[in-house]
Design a protein around this ligand. Structure first.
Ligand code: ACM
Ligand code: ZN
Length: 754
């Protein structure tokens, strides 16, 4: 049948040319004729051979995309469905001539074909039309996943359904439902009712970013869980959209919510509450037999609710602190001849693997389950990079790739200051688009073990569903390309289709997607008088209009700004003022407002010489320290200069010898990222070619209660050249993450005021 289709395509389209398809993910073949098929809102459809579910789905898709009625009585163009046999899994084709023929191989492929057909149709002022064309399509990977963490923040059944609905429209087929974690247990377990009664509710939730100091909490009771009836409803809903749910029950770590309900399954037995802080916690499930049996009974209920093959048991981020001191855990180690606690974790996972395998299911876990030896049937989800995936596939285990670098949708997607608070990281649309689930270093013969990939949506900083949508869309469309297409078009081609066709559709679906791709690229440069910036767009035609305004000295002025003319705006260091700029970019279908503030001081845009080189990972150039903009919080890579040496030496040239008043230099502290305030700062001025001390050296007391600390020194001698020498702590003190290592020193900004 495949040969027949190809032949058909060649015969019909021998004069055709291949164009970029409006369909996302891009189909394997898309050939378009220069002719259109027009109709008025009705298609003549025979549902013969289709299941009742497909009939419902297809009818709904036509209504939802375009308000089109499908009818067996219509006089509109005919849509015929034909079943294909012996073709690639989930392949389909669409042939649009004076009628439309949809050929499908499976129920899912018929659903996908119809979605593609809907994406081909345009609703114009003269009615509906679509290009006569031929589409042939099938997915590259069988695991096309999106994950949602409902523990850190809870989302209602309706919201979860919308999440599933949207993902199915981009041909994702796996929903990884992260149901349990330290901050909340979200699934009713009839045998252990306290899991929902107690484990689903926390008394406090940390405000702001967890690196923000001092930490504050909101004390409103927070939580929720899904009843088993609700779970069944969601499973059935997902199944009707050809999405399989992989439930995750975290063990042995990330179990504080479960242990709040049943502290007897911890190592210490001490009663603690459901956690209100984000992070990794020492109290995990004890590895004694009673805990294993408790968890297996939970899995019994989970298996009954979720018919899919895979059950996720977590396995990540389980500190061994308690196990090392627990007589029960040590006894299990001794009895089973285990050499260390990693082998004990491996033993724990093996018990679950054996149990699930006996029940006809397959265990999947985060890549930490490789440590201490991978259990015989386990599949691995590689998140800490790609290495775990390569190792597991090379051992002939199934792998799902979900590396933090490309697949963590809780990361920032843009550098603008108006991006909402995120955990950190930087995963823009382009980066997601680049994702290839097959690692380069994997031996070809193990490639079939890579099932596909998935993006993870951790929700520590995502407290409502609109923000979920913001973080997921449009990045999920880029991921759908990476998981579906054997060959992707260029990023720019994808972006054009996204902006032209898909963002308007998402808007119509009331999806609160991120408009980050419309943010201007602002290029900063030194100028003679201070700094200047230009607003750039990757493709000029994308920007129709820039409305800009400037607010300084309590005066607001509108500025005309023509991006196409490569104009720059200069800020003079003599302005000594805070200036706020607002830009509103208008493009074809959308607009985005960006704002930034600049503090003009004597040091704006002056030459900076790094006598000690910053770390190449945190060196955004020698303008960053004097660009008039303070590094933001939570910190982002390109806004702070980071050093990994204990001594730092920086020279600045104020361009004119005179008496200045004061130098300010600001430092960052984030102990979880091993970034600490320095211990000592000395400032010198150049006098007759000799460096002289401005002040006695200043020592910081080791008190880490702030996130940013600004250090001031009086510049009481006239000078042009200033040298700043900084000493960090010799090593990170005991009790802090990374104790014993050299701390990082992060600086931004240096300001000289008169
Ligand atoms: C993970 O992000 N801890 C799997
Ligand atoms: Zn124990």
């Amino acid at each position: 049948m495949k040969c027949v289709l190809v032949l058909l395509c060649l015969v019909t389209f021998n004069l055709s040319f291949t164009q970029v398809s409006p369909i996302i993910p891009t189909p394997v073949v898309y050939k378009e004729l220069n002719e259109t098929l027009n109709f008025d809102g009705e298609l003549l459809v025979s549902f013969a051979g289709l299941s009742t579910n497909l009939e419902t789905q297809i009818t709904n898709l036509a209504r939802m995309y375009h308000g089109i009625q499908l009818s067996i009585y219509s006089s509109g163009p005919k849509v015929l469905f034909k079943k294909l046999e012996n073709v690639i899994q989930d392949s389909y084709s669409i042939n649009v001539s004076n009628e439309i023929v949809v050929s499908y191989s499976s129920e899912a492929s018929c659903f996908y074909a119809f979605i593609s057909l809907m994406q081909l149709i345009e609703n114009t002022s003269s009615g509906f039309q679509l290009k006569k064309c031929f589409v042939k399509d099938y997915p590259k990977f069988s695991w096309r996943g999106l994950h949602l963490d409902v523990s850190r923040h809870f989302f209602s059944v309706e919201e979860v359904k919308k999440f599933i609905d949207l993902m199915s429209l981009y041909k994702f087929n796996t929903f990884h439902w992260h149901l349990t974690d330290d901050q909340g247990w979200r699934i009713e377990i009839k045998n252990f009712p306290k899991l929902a009664e107690i484990g689903a509710w926390r008394d406090s939730t940390i405000n702001d970013h967890y690196s923000t100091k001092p930490r504050t909490y909101s004390y409103k009771k927070y939580g929720g869980f899904y009843t088993q009836e609700q779970i069944k409803e969601v499973v059935a809903y997902a199944s009707s959209k050809f999405v399989t749910i992989v439930p995750e029950i975290e063990m042995p770590g990330h179990s504080r919510a479960a242990l709040a309900a049943y502290p007897e399954y911890s190592c210490t037995g001490i009663q603690q509450g459901v956690e209100g802080l984000w992070g990794v916690f020492d109290d995990i499930f004890c590895s004694k037999e009673e805990t294993i049996l408790f968890l297996q009974k939970i899995l019994d209920e989970v298996i009954l609710l979720f018919p899919g093959k895979y059950i996720h048991v977590g396995g990540d981020e389980a500190p061994k602190t308690r196990w090392e001191k627990c007589t029960n855990c040590q006894k299990v180690m001794h009895e089973n001849n285990l050499k260390n606690e990693h082998q004990l974790q491996s033993y724990f996972i093996q018990r679950m693997d054996k149990y699930l395998t006996e029940k006809g299911r397959k265990l999947i876990g985060w890549d930490e389950i490789l440590e201490g030896g991978l259990s015989s049937n386990a599949a691995v989800m590689s998140w800490r990079g790609i290495e775990g995936g390569v190792e597991a596939a090379s051992q002939e285990h199934e792998v799902v790739m979900t590396p933090g670098s490309h697949c963590y949708f809780d990361h920032y997607q843009g550098k603008g200051r108006n991006e909402p608070l995120a955990i950190g990281g930087f995963t823009p649309l382009e980066k997601v688009y680049e994702f290839n689930p097959i690692p380069n270093q994997l031996n070809k013969k193990y490639e079939p073990y890579i099932l596909g990939g998935q993006a993870n949506v951790w929700t520590e900083y995502i407290d409502d569903f609109e923000k979920v949508e913001y973080m997921v869309y449009p990045r999920a469309l880029a991921l759908s390309q990476a998981l579906w297409c054997a060959e992707k078009p260029s990023f720019n081609e994808f972006k054009n289709v996204l902006i032209d066709k898909h963002l308007p559709f998402l808007k119509k679906m009331n999806v609160h997607y991120a408009k980050t791709i419309f943010s201007p690229k602002i290029e900063w440069e030194k100028s003679n008088k201070g700094v200047q910036f230009k607003i750039k767009s990757n493709e000029q035609e994308e920007i129709y209009e820039v409305e800009s305004s400037k607010y300084r000295n309590k005066k607001f002025s509108k500025m005309n700004f023509d991006v196409s003319k490569d104009e720059s705006v200069e800020i003079n260091r003599s302005e000594k003022d805070q200036i706020n700029y607002t830009y509103c970019l208008k493009s074809k279908n959308d607009s985005l407002t960006t704002q930034f503030d600049i503090q003009a001081t004597h040091s704006l845009g002056i030459p900076v010489k790094y006598i000690t080189q910053p770390s190449s990972s945190y060196n955004s150039g020698n303008l960053t320290l004097v660009d008039g903009q303070h590094g933001s919080l939570p910190w982002k890579r390109n806004e702070w200069i980071g050093f990994d040496t204990t001594e730092i030496d920086i020279e600045i040239d104020l361009l004119k010898k005179q008496k200045y008043n004061q130098l300010n230099i600001s430092f960052l502290s984030d102990e979880h990222s091993w970034i600490h305030f320095p211990q000592q700062i000395e400032v010198f001025y150049l006098d007759k070619e000799k460096w002289k001390h401005y002040s006695s050296s200043v020592h910081f007391s080791y008190l880490q209660s702030e996130q940013v600390r600004s250090f001031q020194v009086a510049l009481n001698k006239p000078t042009r050249h200033v040298r700043i020498k900084i000493k960090s702590l010799a090593e990170i003190p005991a009790g802090f993450p990374g104790a014993g290592h050299i701390p990082w020193t992060f600086i931004d900004e240096i300001e000289v005021v008169k």
